[in-house]
Design a protein around this ligand. Structure first.
Ligand code: ZN
Length: 158
């Protein structure tokens, strides 16, 4: 394979999306629910690409890469979980931890959050899950990413 072809291949694989950084108005957008008939496979593919290429990332919201749809990806027990139209249905406890965000590089902040959240969502197969409890670690990520879907990020707040 010659070099030109190789470069072409690499280009094809790269998504058009990139991480949107602080100051980008899309981070303030309240994202829309994903309709039943709507495909989100391109969004999920681009989000996974970004996560695989950001070693520090443990979660991502669709608007962080330019899609204003209610899709988040969260690392839970070492696995990436796709949550479409996530809704917290129950909350338990409280924790304070230091958080960062891919959209706010090198900013870390202590943030008080609910300890565990029970979440209802559709998975990457578009199957409705009965609400499930997430671990304390993933619960924090879920809350962080749902904040993004609602147009806000506590890491970036004054
Ligand atoms: Zn974030």
């Amino acid at each position: 394979m010659n070099k030109t072809l190789k470069n072409k291949r690499r280009k094809v694989r790269q998504p058009k999306s990139r991480i949107r950084l602080f100051g980008d108005p899309i981070l303030k957008v309240v994202c829309e629910p994903v309709e039943a008939s709507e495909s989100v496979s391109e969004i999920i593919r681009d989000m996974m690409y970004i996560l695989f290429n950001n070693k520090n990332g443990v979660g991502l919201a669709a608007n962080q890469i330019g899609y204003t749809k209610r899709v988040i990806i969260v690392k839970e027990f070492g696995y990436w979980q796709v949550l479409i139209n996530p809704v917290v249905t129950e909350e338990r406890g409280e924790t304070i931890e230091t958080e960062g965000c891919l959209s706010y590089p090198n900013v870390y902040k202590e943030i008080k959050r609910v300890g565990n959240v029970k979440v209802q969502y559709e998975n990457d197969q578009r199957l409705f899950r009965a609400p499930i409890w997430f671990s304390i670690k993933a619960s924090r990520i879920v809350q962080h990413e749902i904040d993004h879907l609602n147009g806000m990020c506590k890491v970036g707040m004054e």
